[in-house]
Design a protein around this ligand. Structure first.
Ligand code: NAD
Length: 339
């Protein structure tokens, strides 16, 4: 079988998750090319992968025959890079967040549609066994009616985190703590809520770090099906990543997901017995978890077998709408209402 030829643009911190995931799926894909502007990062990635190295995405597109390119550059560069890939008629994988504004996200999907190509947005935690298990319980009605979905993200990011790399905490390239630190949580909340957004109100403040964006914030979300959500976020938690959780409060049950990468179901209670939650928690090595491997496996199934992808266009855009709504509300200091 012909293997999918994958290129990776941006060989920084997250790129190892991509390299490992592609290697773990080496029955269906191979890493053919890598690209980075930074020669040290490029060399490290070349030694690790043995793939053809490029310092320009344009050259990589021109000289390689690729089936798919992963964009792992800083947030604010996702749109331009993904656009180049799609324009060249190549499928694109985009690290979270898809883009830093909603209209650009929509433009990417429209372009993909025109070119008959796919946009895969990375929210690898959707593939976690813990998340899948809760999603199945939600879909089977085990929670009954859902009243609230809340998330606490109490992490620690020190001054050094914001100095290196320098894009961290910048308005234009990072977008803020909600976008960078909370996006996996808000994506799962939206997926669990199974409804269009109705309104968002968010407050953010920069209390300690010398950055342009918030280091603390809180957002209240209302979905059209009456579910109320809230997200409490701080990167100023004393000295550790203390909590990253989602709690679902339903008519017939509740559950709390936690662990550093949504890898544990911490607590649950249901009207009907639920053995499924008992042995599903697992340990991870980092906040990135293990989700990139099943994520790439699923991409191969979509590209090679035409199976539907777990994160649909609608899901990806709704996820982005929530994030951008939070930022918009913080900036305008008012409730954002959706039609
Ligand atoms: N899915 C996750 O859990 C997860 C975790 C961490 C980061 N991320 C996302 O991954 C992306 C990268 O984050 P990171 O922590 O690896 O950042 P990083 O700063 O460590 O790495 C980014 C790399 O991109 C390179 N780069 C920048 N512009 C480029 C361009 N035009 N062409 C080629 N290379 C370019 C930089 O030189 C750098 O090596 C961000 O969007 C971030 O939000 C996702």
């Amino acid at each position: 079988m012909q293997k999918l030829r994958i290129g990776v643009v941006g060989c920084g911190r997250i790129s190892d998750c991509h390299f490992n995931a592609i290697k773990n799926n080496n029955n269906t894909m191979e890493i053919a090319a890598i690209c980075d502007l930074n020669p040290t990062n490029l060399q490290r990635a070349q030694e690790k992968t043995g793939a053809n190295p490029y310092t320009s995405i344009d050259d990589m597109i021109k000289f390689e025959k690729l089936d798919c390119i992963s964009i792992c550059t800083p947030n604010g560069y996702h749109y331009e890079n993904a656009k180049k890939v799609l324009k060249a008629g190549i499928n694109v994988i985009v690290e979270k967040p898809l883009t830093l504004n909603y209209s650009e996200g929509k433009k990417l999907f429209n372009l993909a549609n025109k070119k008959n190509k796919q946009v895969f947005l990375i929210h690898q935690n959707r593939f976690n066994p813990t998340i899948q298990c809760v999603k199945n319980a939600l879909d089977s009605g085990a929670f009954g009616k859902i009243y609230m979905i809340t998330s606490n993200i109490f992490w620690y990011r020190d001054d050094d985190y914001y100095k290196n790399p320098s894009w961290h905490g910048s308005k234009k390239i990072d977008g803020g703590a909600f976008i960078t630190q909370a996006s996996h949580y808000t994506d799962i909340m939206n997926w669990f809520a199974k409804s269009e957004l109705k309104s968002i109100y968010a407050i953010g403040k920069t209390r300690e770090r010398k950055i342009e964006t918030e280091d603390c914030g809180s957002a209240i979300i209302e979905w059209k099906n009456h579910i109320i959500g809230n997200v409490n976020l701080s990167v100023l938690t004393y000295n550790e990543n203390y909590e990253g959780s989602i709690t679902i409060i339903g008519e017939k049950g509740f559950a709390k997901i936690g662990g550093i990468a949504m890898n544990k179901i911490l607590d649950w209670k249901f009207e009907a017995p639920t053995k499924e939650f008992c042995n599903i928690s697992y340990d991870v090595e980092s906040v990135y978890g293990f989700g990139h491997t099943p994520y790439y496996e699923s991409i191969a199934k979509t590209l090679l077998n035409k199976e539907p992808f777990l994160i649909s266009k609608k899901d990806a855009l709704n996820s982005l709408k929530l994030l951008c709504g939070i930022v918009d509300s913080m900036n305008k200091k008012k409730i954002i209402k959706f039609k």
